[in-house]
Design a protein around this ligand. Structure first.
Ligand code: PMT
Length: 409
């Protein structure tokens, strides 16, 4: 999701995690947002305003009583302009002031005057984090509509190990994107599969494919942003589970089938982005296969077609499949759409530059059961996810059945 035209105010309060807030600002600016940074006096002891100013490409506000800043930036204007406000790091002190309405510096004054959605990314010592006062203050802020991201557990700069580390900057930005996204998938339960499966040959070898999981993870992330409750069934990948998404990790096609079938009952939308192995070795050896120097034949047997089985229990659910092809993309995708009785198929020719495995972009051809089709240009996997979910949102049972695709036959 791009943030062009959106203003995000990033408040930085004083803690060692200030250095990570630089990354939050960098990521927001890269997404097209106009980023206005407001720093407390303590924050300026950790990172110089110039760092944030350079990353944001905008002046940094630090002082309510600075005449130049007040006339050029203005604390009420900052509050009014914000489409979203994120505080990273949010210290125990700042959280307490916010909960009780204290406005004794620029940042707390802006926060008191603001109406925009608020994201807090707390960071502090583990004992401070666990203190009942901090938890009560946070509960008050949550009750008033603030979203909290993190903190994470791990090694803390104060030398302790425990909960209190600032959330990953990508997760902070993800939460900002979530509060800004339209909620056209609210109340939907979206089941997404992603990644490859691995079919064991022996304890050290397996059959698999080149799927990285990026396409399916992007769908899960975007669906959650748009208000859905998301379950992601993922084969082995190197990706971090998307925040706020229930992620079920599996290895083989059989495990994926079990996990998908288990989550299917409560799903209203199913999107099978996984590259499920069609075959597995008939027998997985329990000892490492020795090299003999002679040719070796592996006997394979077919895995069940998960999607085709789901279609027999479809009910009112929307069923979306993918087709990964190296030739005859459109005819093969149409065949799979009919064969698996899908509502929408996302065909991708994996030989096309910019498409499919591993990369951050994809080139897809959308075909729905009402014969609407659209060939999309090279797009980021997130944009492809947006387009698939646009189709889903337009075809929810309660929605008007007006497809965003063109009718072709
Ligand atoms: O993971 P990335 O690196 O981001 O790459 C993305 C992708 C190329 C993996 C993705 O865009 C994609 O095309 N996924 C589906 C790959 C695939 O298995 O296509 P298929 O044509 O073989 O299968 C058709 C559909 O049936 C797919 O939705 C698949 O999930 C499903 N299927 C396949 C086999 C099987 N045994 N059970 C299934 O449910």
């Amino acid at each position: 999701m791009r943030l062009d035209g959106k203003t995000v105010v990033v408040g930085v309060s004083g803690g060692i995690a200030c250095y990570k807030a630089c990354d939050v600002v960098r990521l927001l600016a890269a997404a097209g947002a106009r980023v206005r940074v407001v720093m407390t006096a303590a924050a300026q002891r950790f990172v110089a305003p110039l760092t944030f100013q350079t990353l944001a490409g905008q002046p940094v506000a630090t002082d309510t009583f600075d005449l130049t800043q007040e006339s050029e930036i203005g604390h009420i204007r900052l509050a009014d302009e914000a489409d979203a406000i994120a505080i990273a790091p949010a210290t125990a002190n700042l959280i307490a002031k916010l909960a009780t309405g204290i406005a004794d510096d620029l940042l707390t004054t802006v926060l008191l005057a603001a109406r925009a959605p608020l994201v807090l990314a707390p960071a502090m010592n583990v004992h401070m984090w666990e203190h009942p006062t901090v938890q009560e203050n946070l509960a008050r802020l949550v009750a008033r509509g603030a979203s909290i991201v993190g903190p994470e557990s791990g090694w803390l700069a104060c030398g302790y190990e425990g909960t209190g580390r600032l959330a990953d900057p990508e997760d902070v930005v993800e939460e900002i994107l979530r509060v800004l996204a339209p909620k056209d998938l609210a109340a939907q339960r979206v089941l997404v599969s992603a990644g490859p499966t691995q079919e064991p040959i022996d304890p050290v070898r397996y059959l698999s494919n080149r799927s990285s999981g990026k396409m399916g993870y992007a769908i899960a992330r975007v669906a959650r942003r748009r208000g859905a409750e998301v379950t992601l069934v993922s084969g082995p990948t190197a990706l971090r589970p998307p925040p706020g998404v229930r992620t079920v990790s599996v290895t083989t096609a059989e495990e994926m089938a079990r996990a998908v079938h288990a989550a299917f009952a409560s799903a209203s939308v199913v999107i099978m982005g996984a590259a499920v192995a069609d075959y597995r070795p008939r027998r997985a050896l329990d000892r490492k296969l020795k090299r003999t120097g002679r040719p070796l034949t592996l006997e394979l047997e077919a895995n069940a077609d998960i999607l085709r089985r789901l279609s027999t229990r479809k009910g009112r659910r929307l069923l979306v499949g993918f087709a990964a092809e190296t030739n005859d993309l459109v005819s093969e995708a149409r065949r799979k759409l009919a064969d698996k009785r899908l509502d929408l198929i996302v065909g991708n020719d994996v030989t096309v530059p910019g498409a499919a495995f591993g990369g951050d972009t994809n080139v897809v051809h959308l075909i729905d059961a009402d014969h609407h089709e659209e060939a999309l240009p090279v797009l980021s996997k997130e944009e492809v996810a947006e387009r698939i979910l646009d189709w889903v949102a337009a075809h929810l049972p309660a929605a008007q059945r007006r497809s965003p695709l063109r009718r072709v036959r």
